[in-house]
Design a protein around this ligand. Structure first.
Ligand code: UT7
Length: 369
């Protein structure tokens, strides 16, 4: 899709709140190595991951989404416990982007909105696997540009631990659970926080590279119980890796050239936290110093649709990202899907730290290039 910015007369979507939340339970590489044929060194050097947070049994995606959503509303200065005295909701729409909805039906967002105390906000899910947050941003920007909504709560939330086979060492080591959220309000294209210059794309000819075979209409439950493999998340990691590097670099370039930005104009590259080696390869390909790559994958792993807002919340909490800094967001995921956009970081109260940091940014690179 050609890089796109909304018309100058339409309101822009301006980021005015951010937050992240991860379940308290930490799973280290050593703990995984107790049950899987793997070890801390392999995981650190091949992925950059040192630990991840995992949902408790019974803890669903909406539980994480509600926590992040409530914190984001508070960060934006909105009443986090529902409608005001006049019965007005603090946001007009709630979008949850996830690959691990609470159930195949209904969408997860209406329950999240209700648990946040909202009475009438539109609520729906967006599915674009790990690209979901950037697709969600574009969707929110569209709602705002068209006048359908003036304020949107966008939450990226995933509990991959509920679909990854715990005995699958290739995937169990990468994914973690978490949620990240932003509030977007109607504003001007030239004010800090305005998101724009989207580049979105997909190539469904590679749908088989990342999939859960059962649970949808293709593999019907009426045809008998799915096998263990069909019920779990499957990824051809090596092939996905190559696509991730080339597609993310191409998408980032398309967005930069559409905006007339040079690589050097980017203060922080905030990519989907797929694998630290992928992030560094993309940064190298773009000619961006690796220190400008925001990476918290060491502490949380790959959290799917949550990874970019969680990285934003973490970096903002640590004052790594400061008001006025120029950000390039780039994601890649199953589908295949990819997307990028730009924003200048607005002045916000620093959000709560979503998790304990492990190592300073740019120094978590145990991974070879
Ligand atoms: O979130 C969006 C989409 N996802 C991604 O972008 C993830 C992309 N892929 C990856 O990050 C990497 O492909 C993985 C981390 C999944 C795997 O790393 P890799 O360097 O591509 O490993 P590989 O699949 O090429 O496997 C190399 C070797 C194999 O052994 P042999 O056949 O060479 O003897 C694997 O069996 O490493 C083995 N292996 C492991 N060894 C120890 C695979 N997983 C593990 C493990 N511990 N956990």
């Amino acid at each position: 899709m050609p890089e796109h910015t909304s018309s100058p007369s339409a309101p822009a979507a301006v980021l005015c709140g951010v937050a992240g939340w991860v379940p308290p339970r930490v799973v280290t590489n050593d703990e995984l190595a107790e049950r899987l044929d793997t070890d801390d060194t392999w995981i650190r050097t091949r992925t950059g991951i040192r630990r991840r947070h995992i949902a408790e049994p019974g803890q669903a995606t909406s539980d994480l989404a509600v926590e992040a959503g409530r914190l984001a509303l508070r960060n934006a200065g909105f009443d986090p416990v529902g409608t005001d005295a006049t019965g007005t909701d603090p946001v007009d729409a709630v979008i949850v982007t996830t690959t691990t909805p609470d159930r195949p039906c209904p969408a997860t967002a209406p329950a999240v909105a209700a648990r946040l105390g909202l009475k009438r906000a539109a609520a729906f899910d967006v599915g674009a696997v790990c690209t979901g947050f950037v697709y969600g941003l574009a969707t929110a920007a569209g709602l705002i540009a068209s006048g359908v909504a003036a304020r949107v709560l966008l939450i990226g939330a995933d509990t991959y631990s509920t679909i990854v086979d715990p005995l699958d060492r290739a995937n169990a080591i990468i994914f973690g659970d978490g949620a990240g959220a932003v509030i977007l309000r109607a504003g001007d294209n030239d004010e800090p926080g305005a998101v724009g210059h989207f580049d979105l794309g997909s190539d469904g000819t590679h749908e088989d590279l990342i999939l859960v075979a059962a649970g949808g209409s293709r593999r019907r439950s009426v045809d008998g119980e799915p096998t263990r493999a069909e019920r779990h998340f499957a990824m051809r990691g090596n092939e996905v890796y190559r696509h991730a590097v080339t597609r993310m670099a191409a998408s980032a370039r398309a967005t930069l050239s559409g905006a007339g930005w040079k690589t050097d104009d980017v203060d922080h590259f905030v990519p989907h936290q797929a694998n630290l080696r992928i992030l560094h390869s993309v940064a190298d390909d773009l000619g961006l110093p690796r220190e400008r790559c925001v990476a918290n994958i060491d502490a949380v792993g790959n959290t799917g649709a949550a990874s970019i807002p969680l990285a934003l919340a973490d970096a903002a909490a640590r004052r790594v990202i400061r008001p006025g800094d120029r950000l390039l967001l780039t994601a890649f995921g199953g589908g295949l899907t990819w997307g990028s956009c730009l924003l200048t970081w607005p002045r916000l109260p620093p959000p709560t730290h979503p998790h304990d940091p492990l190592v300073p940014y740019g120094k978590g690179a145990d991974a070879p290039s």
